[in-house]
Design a protein around this ligand. Structure first.
Ligand code: GTP
Ligand code: MG
Length: 198
């Protein structure tokens, strides 16, 4: 099978509540702790530098951004860049504001097909993220854990880190390992996302 590519990507709009953008095509949400690399990953998947805004300051993405992808198969799918959860730097008030925004979207969009839950490959024992994955599964949302920032880990440490994530998140298979910096794992992610395209 020929490799699936993203041939066009565009910003479909920003939303601060679940009803702000009409649903037209299947959606795949990108979730995870603040600063884990959600916006960077969307850019890397789309092979665009500044489609989604990124920043070294956690909490950069403060509303929901939706991106329309046209694939080389002629099909379409949407990627949803959600605000990050749980960064210590954000005030309690900001966190309280994000939490319902995120969960309304995850549980209130009939066309949402799956969630990519991003996790820094270097991070151990993230019970918040694991509890989040459990809640999604319990509510019938398909969760795919994606390890990010693989370029920051020495090759010798990788295998153990991947195994640990698989165990901690109770995954049937090892997580997809990615680096938005090097492009590692992006072809695999596009293939995964293409699965829900129409
Ligand atoms: P919020 O919107 O704040 O929740 O963050 P985010 O999850 O969207 O993270 P973002 O993509 O803005 O990236 C955060 C920081 O991590 C930026 O400084 C990125 O350049 C860096 N970063 C993201 N992905 C990678 C990666 O694969 N490798 C490396 N080395 N750095 C990365
Ligand atoms: Mg972001």
């Amino acid at each position: 099978m020929a490799e699936v590519r993203v041939i066009r990507a565009s910003w479909a709009g920003a939303a601060s509540s679940v009803d702000d953008l009409p649903q037209t095509v299947p959606e795949v949400a990108v979730c995870g702790r603040s600063n884990v690399g959600k916006s960077s990953l969307i850019n890397a998947v789309c092979q665009r530098k500044d489609l989604a805004r990124t920043s070294a300051t956690p909490g950069r993405t403060q509303c929901i951004h939706v991106f329309d992808l046209a694939l080389s198969t002629g099909k379409q799918v949407r990627l949803v860049d959600l605000p990050g959860f749980g960064h210590a730097e954000a005030s309690k008030a900001v966190r309280r504001q994000f939490a319902p925004m995120i969960s309304d979207w995850l549980f209130g969009r009939p066309l949402l097909r799956a969630v990519l839950l991003l996790q820094d490959l270097r991070r151990e024992g993230d019970s918040d993220a694991q509890a989040f994955a459990d809640e999604l599964r319990a509510r019938g949302v398909g969760v795919f854990v994606v390890a990010t920032k693989a370029d920051k880990l020495a090759k010798t440490q990788r295998f153990a880190a991947v195994q640990r994530l698989q165990r901690e998140f109770k995954l049937p298979r090892p997580p997809v390992v990615t680096s938005s910096e090097s492009g590692e794992g992006m072809a695999e992610l596009v293939r995964l996302i293409a699965h829900w395209s129409v």
